[in-house]
Structures are given as structure tokens and as C-alpha cells.
Design a protein around this ligand. Structure first.
Ligand SMILES: NC(=O)c1ccc[n+]([C@@H]2O[C@H](COP(=O)([O-])OP(=O)(O)OC[C@H]3O[C@@H](n4cnc5c(N)ncnc54)[C@H](O)[C@@H]3O)[C@@H](O)[C@H]2O)c1
Ligand SMILES: O=C(O)C(=O)C[C@]1(C(=O)O)C=C[C@@H](O)C=C1
Length: 637
């Protein structure tokens, strides 16, 4: 979906950033050359046109668009009132949708209201609404007539009252008066100034739309006056409380109004910073509170607490909005997000975090689910090295990495990461691997032009591919579930059943792996220093480059009657032909054996002594037993 923003003023720039940050191709056109990124003729290359010109320019803009744009383009109207423009859109020949963003260009989308006034049966329109919803906006629906009626009550009233207030105070008010204002009057005056200093034409449309309402307000003012004159203020308050119940949480509004002032002396500047600091603190508390509620929702949905893509895009968006040093701004928000996550983990009862290979639907996730039964503690990493690093740095308490598959053998990147980094293998588990060919829709195998998957998964399915998909091109991805994001109508992915379910794919063929008995073994790693259990030792060692060097090490195991489950060699990375060996010895090696190893090797590194496990405790003890206690906790909170 290519989006053209037609009119790159306040709202136009807002929508350009909004869609660009969500990965869309967006370009802006404006009559003012400096603001324009494309020429008018290029508007024809776009399939959605957001009309962001002032209301008095809508008619001209639609005529211009009619001359140039593709007739299949979708027009998006964002005007503040609707009735005056319906005919223009209806006669334009374009499909059109109409929304009203109930916020200004300087606002944040989260919890902002977006009113959908006309939603055609068009995939693009639905997608636009979905983007708002996904960004935390509150989306409501009103008909065209209802919209203008409601806007008279909503916008015409507040603008009329603020204009009336400033009109009344016009001769009295000056900057000196700021020193004696109350927080409420300061807030109102600041809001009035905001309106007065914007484009009057937009307000003219809005105020005109509220002709009846204005008369009613004047009447209401004299009724309120009568209550006061007759000594019935309590009655007035009681009466109004019926409708306006909640006055809490308003201190932040009043304190924020003070941050719009300009301090002068050093003392005032320090006072200003104090107010800002306390606002930041209160806002962080509110943010953490929202995180706690998110955690409850994640518990219900069994979703991980940590969502690194959300964090990544958040930091990207935040740093793009400021001229402050991007690194410092990122660090501050990373810290704030850590605090939020720590509280989320507390609410969910997660004591230990677990790094797995992502994204969701990978076999590593399946191994984790087998051991933990919950996705809450999972941190999805994009490579096995990232898993090991997460454990090494303390970001995760445990890491689950594939070490060996019954068909493909050793997972080399896992070995390399274990050699390079300092973590301890303390457990292992096995997962049966069932691979399926899946696509976005049910298609014939002969129509599959591309197959996406992880190299290991592909090599496990070569017989099937050679027999049924010899014509298809194979493209490798970082994980089986990563393949899903690349799918189009003519491609298929080799994925787990879990991934097919998560990503709503159609399974074209089940169990396509060569050997029906297909098992992957996973290591569970932690930082060094935990209690040692089990009787298999995993270790690396190096030997001198001379005849019999490897034999002399293996001789130790033979003589001591220690069976080796595994023997792998990896290039040392120092010079060609120089190798490092990895073994799994079926014994917890003792001092004596290690001493002998030391004598016959150039180096050795024990990566762990491990046992087979089928549970991994990661929740605080009281929560461990059942998911019904999880439900209870969610309800209590
Ligand atoms: N500003 C708000 O708070 C707000 C809130 C909700 C909805 N809206 C609606 O958004 C629309 C735009 O408002 P705004 O505040 O962004 O206006 P704006 O004045 O900030 O920007 C309008 C832009 O349109 C350009 N323009 C004018 N005529 C043009 C033409 N014929 N072709 C191409 N570009 C042209 C101008 O150069 C300017 O850059 C209006 O319909 C308004 O009702 C505004
Ligand atoms: O958006 C969420 O899912 C949150 O839990 C909030 C939040 C955050 O602090 O911003 C915290 C954890 C996630 O990793 C992403 C974001």
C-alpha cells in the first residue's frame, strides 16, 4: 500500500511520520514546493491519498487529484467537519473513506480518539483503521450526520467557551498576569491561546457547524448564573456530578500547564526543573502501572512479557522525534522499559527469563514450552549467539539452544557460541520435529515457486522437495518461523505446526521430513556457578599439531572407561588446519581426569555437566503449581 499525503502541513506531516514508522512507503505532496517530496504528476503512482489540505482548499485539491491520480486510488478525508464536503467526494469518482482524528498534529496517537465516519468495503480502508487501533488509538464509528452533530457539542462548545473567555479577558490579560493565575485559569488561558494562534479558517468551519449549540450555551450560562444568584451552588454541583463523576488524575494536567511558562531567574529555573522532574516521575509511575495491566493481559493470552520489536520501534520513533542525542535518549528509555518490564515480570510471577530462538513458532520455542508451559518468560533472539550473549550478560537467566538434530547432526553455530562465550550448559531436553509445508492459502504444489525455511529444516526435507517441488527455488531464512514473514501467494514455508497455527497458515503437506523419527536435542544454559547435577560433561579442547595428539587425549577416556557420546572438530580460527575438539563424555569429570586432560591438551574448556530435564522452574514458587492460580491472580489484580 503506497500512501501519498496530499498537503504537508500539520496533520499531513503527522500522518507521514505515522505510516512511515509503521513501514509503509509514504511521500508528501504540497503546493508549497519546499514541503513537497514529489511532483503533482507522481500522485498517480499511489493507491491511497490522504487529503490533508485546509478545509477551504478541499474542493480545489480534489479537482487537482482527479486530473492526475489513478482512479482506483482511495481518498482519505480527515476534515474536522463533514457535511460541506460529502458532495465533492461523492462526485469525484474515487472510492473514499472519511475519518476524523480528534487530535492536533503535535499529539501522540496512543489513547487519542479516531472517529471513522465512512468506511468503504475496501481492504486499504480496513488496514488504515487497523493501524490506528494497533497504535493504541480509540477508534469509534459515527455516521456523517451524527459526526457533525456530535462535533457541534464537542468542538464548537469548547472553542466557543475559550474564545468567549479570552474575549472577555482581552483588555485585562497580559504576561504579568501569569504571576497571579491559578493552575485552572492558567490551563484555560493556555488552551485559548493555542486556538487563537492557529488557522482561523479551520475554527470558522467548526464554529459555524455549532450554530444551535452556541445559542444553547448562552442560555446555559444564564441558568448557571441563576443557580449562583439564588444560593443554589450545592444543588448545581450535585446536579452536575451526576454526569461528570471522576475528577481524579487531573493534577498532572495542571502541573503540565506550568511547564508552558518561561522561568527567568536561576531559582525559577530550578523550580521549573523540579516541577518537570516530579511530572516525569509521576508519568513513569503511570507508565509502569500500564505495564502491570499489560502483564495481566499477557498472562491471559500466554504471550511473552518481552517484545523486542515493540521496544526497537519505540526507540526508533522516539529518537526520530527529538534533536537531543539519540544514544542518550535511547538509554533513558531503555532504562524506563527495563523498569516497566521488571514490574511486568513481578505481576506475572516470573522469576527467571528464558532466551530462545525467535520469532514465535520456532522449535526452540516449542522446547521452551515443553519445559515451562508458558511463553511469559521468553525472550526471542535472532541467533543462537544472541541467546548465549543474553545469558552471559544477565539479560536472560536461561537460554535454550539447539545442539543436535537426529538427521542433520550438530548445530554448528551453537558450538561456536559456546566456545566463544562464557555460559554453562546444565541441562538438555529433546523435541520431536515435525515439519510441514505451509502457505498463506491452499495452493497446488506445482504453483509453489519459492520455498522459504531455515537451512536445517530444508535439508531435513530434501527427499520431499526433490520429489514434489523440484521446480521451486529454495531461499534460506534465520529460523523456520522467520520464513512466514516472507510468504506471498506463490511461495511456501517449511514450518512447525505451532508456527502454522500462530501465523494462520494453511498446511499443504504434513510431516514432510525425510526420516519420520526426527528429534532435536537442546541445551539449557545459564551463567556459571549453579548447582552441578547430571553425569555428562561437555567440553572443548585443543591439541598440538602433531601425530597422535588427539589419540593421546582420547586414550584418557578409553583407559578410564568413559563413553563419548559426541566428538566434533571445529576450526580454531587461528590458522588453516588448526582444530578444536568438542566432546560429550558420559561422566561428571573429576579433578584427576581434568588434570590429565590439562597435561595432554593445549587448552580445555568445560562448558558444563548436565542432565536431561523435563521441567524448568522459572516462576516464583507460589505460582508454580497450576494455571488456575494464574487465573486467580489475574482476577485479584
Ligand atoms: N490541525 C488540527 O488540529 C486538525 C485536527 C483534525 C483534523 N484536521 C483537519 O486536517 C486538515 C488539514 O489541517 P492542518 O491543520 O494540517 O492544515 P495546515 O494548514 O497545517 O496544512 C495544510 C497544508 O496543505 C497545503 N495545501 C493547501 N492547498 C493545497 C493544495 N491545493 N494542494 C496541495 N497542498 C495544499 C498547505 O500548503 C499546507 O502545507 C483539515 O481538513 C483539518 O480540518 C486538523
Ligand atoms: O508493549 C508491551 O507489550 C509492554 O509490555 C510495554 C513495554 C515497554 O515498557 O514499553 C515493555 C515490555 C515489552 O518488551 C515492550 C514494551
Amino acid at each position: 500500500m503506497k500512501i501519498c499525503i496530499y498537503g504537508m502541513g500539520g496533520m499531513g506531516s503527522f500522518f507521514k511520520n505515522f505510516f512511515e514508522n509503521r513501514g509503509y512507503f509514504v511521500k508528501g505532496y504540497d503546493v508549497v514546493k519546499e514541503k513537497s517530496e514529489i511532483r503533482l504528476e507522481e500522485v498517480k503512482n499511489f493507491d491511497v491519498i490522504f487529503l490533508c489540505v485546509p478545509m477551504d482548499k478541499i474542493e480545489d485539491a480534489v479537482s487537482e487529484i482527479k486530473e492526475t491520480a489513478d482512479k482506483n486510488a482511495l481518498l482519505v478525508d480527515i476534515a474536522s467537519v463533514k457535511k460541506p464536503f460529502v458532495k465533492i467526494y461523492e462526485s469525484s469518482g474515487f472510492e473514499w473513506m472519511s475519518i476524523h482524528p480528534m487530535f492536533g498534529p503535535d499529539s501522540e496517537i496512543g489513547l487519542s480518539n479516531v472517529i471513522v465516519v465512512r468506511l468503504p468495503k475496501d481492504e486499504r480502508a480496513v488496514r488504515i483503521v487497523e493501524e490506528f487501533r494497533k497504535s493504541g488509538a480509540i477508534v469509534s464509528f459515527l455516521s456523517l450526520e451524527e459526526h457533525d452533530e456530535e462535533m457541534a457539542k464537542i468542538q464548537s462548545t469548547s472553542h466557543f467557551l475559550l474564545l468567549t473567555l479570552s474575549y472577555y479577558l482581552r483588555e485585562w490579560f497580559n504576561e504579568e498576569k501569569l504571576k497571579i493565575l491559578s493552575p485552572i485559569s492558567l490551563t484555560l488561558i493556555k488552551l485559548a491561546s493555542r486556538i487563537i494562534n492557529q488557522d482561523w479558517k479551520m475554527y470558522e468551519y467548526i464554529l459555524e457547524n455549532g450554530r444551535e449549540v452556541r445559542k444553547e450555551i448562552i442560555k446555559a450560562a444564564s441558568e448557571v448564573d441563576r443557580f449562583i444568584e439564588e444560593g443554589k451552588v450545592q444543588e448545581l454541583f450535585d446536579y452536575l456530578r451526576g454526569a461528570f463523576k471522576n475528577g481524579k488524575n487531573t493534577t498532572i494536567i495542571l502541573d503540565s500547564a506550568r511547564t508552558t511558562l518561561t522561568p527567568n531567574s536561576l531559582e525559577e529555573l530550578r523550580g521549573y526543573i523540579k516541577t518537570v522532574d516530579s511530572l516525569i516521575l509521576r508519568l513513569i509511575e503511570k507508565r509502569v502501572d500500564a505495564g502491570r495491566r499489560i502483564a495481566l493481559e499477557k498472562m491471559k493470552r500466554n504471550e511473552p512479557i518481552e517484545v523486542s520489536e515493540v521496544e526497537y520501534f519505540k526507540l526508533k520513533e522516539l529518537t526520530s522525534k527529538t534533536s537531543l542525542d539519540a544514544g542518550s535518549v535511547s538509554s533513558i528509555f531503555e532504562e524506563i522499559m527495563s523498569l516497566t518490564k521488571a514490574e511486568e515480570y513481578k505481576v506475572a510471577g516470573v522469576e527467571k527469563k528464558v532466551a530462545v530462538l525467535g520469532p514465535a513458532g520456532s522449535f526452540s520455542e516449542e522446547a521452551a514450552l515443553k519445559l515451562i508451559d508458558s511463553k511469559l518468560p521468553l525472550i526471542y533472539c535472532s541467533s543462537v549467539e544472541e541467546i548465549v550473549k543474553a545469558v552471559e550478560s544477565g539479560k536472560a537467566d536461561f537460554g535454550i539452544l539447539p545442539i543436535e538434530n537426529s538427521i542433520n547432526g550438530t548445530v554448528i553455530p551453537s558450538l561456536d557460541a559456546l566456545l566463544k562465550h562464557d555460559v554453562e550448559v546444565f541441562a538438555e531436553t529433546e523435541v520431536e520435529v515435525n515439519l510441514n509445508l505451509a502457505a498463506k492459502k491452499l495452493i497446488d504444489l506445482k504453483d509453489v515457486e519459492v520455498i522459504y525455511s531455515h537451512p536445517q529444516a530444508v535439508s531435513q526435507c530434501m527427499t520431499f522437495i526433490n520429489n514434489y517441488l523440484p521446480h521451486a527455488e529454495i531461499r534460506y531464512t534465520r529460523s523456520t518461523s522467520d520464513a512466514v514473514s516472507l510468504l506471498d501467494e506463490k511461495s511456501a514455508a517449511i514450518v512447525s505446526e505451532n508456527a502454522a497455527k500462530i501465523y494462520r497458515l494453511q498446511i499443504l503437506r504434513r510431516s514432510i521430513q525425510d526420516a519420520k523419527e526426527n528429534v532435536t536435542r537442546f541445551y539449557v544454559v545459564r551463567r556459571r556457578g549453579g548447582e552441578v547435577r547430571g553425569n555428562v560433561t561437555a567440553l572443548f579442547f585443543g591439541v598440538e599439531d602433531k601425530p597422535g595428539a588427539l589419540f593421546s587425549v582420547l586414550e584418557i577416556f578409553k583407559r578410564r572407561n568413559i563413553n563419548l557420546r559426541k566428538l566434533e572438530s571445529r576450526p580454531s580460527g587461528i590458522k588453516l588446519g588448526d582444530y578444536i575438539f568438542f566432546v560429550e563424555a558420559e561422566k561428571k569429570l573429576e579433578e584427576e581426569e581434568l588434570k590429565e586432560l590439562k597435561e595432554r591438551t593445549t587448552f580445555y574448556k568445560v562448558v558444563g555437566v548436565f542432565e536431561k530435564i523435563d521441567r524448568l522452574n522459572v516462576f516464583i514458587s507460589e505460582r508454580k503449581e497450576s494455571s488456575s492460580s494464574e487465573d486467580r491472580r489475574a482476577k485479584e489484580a
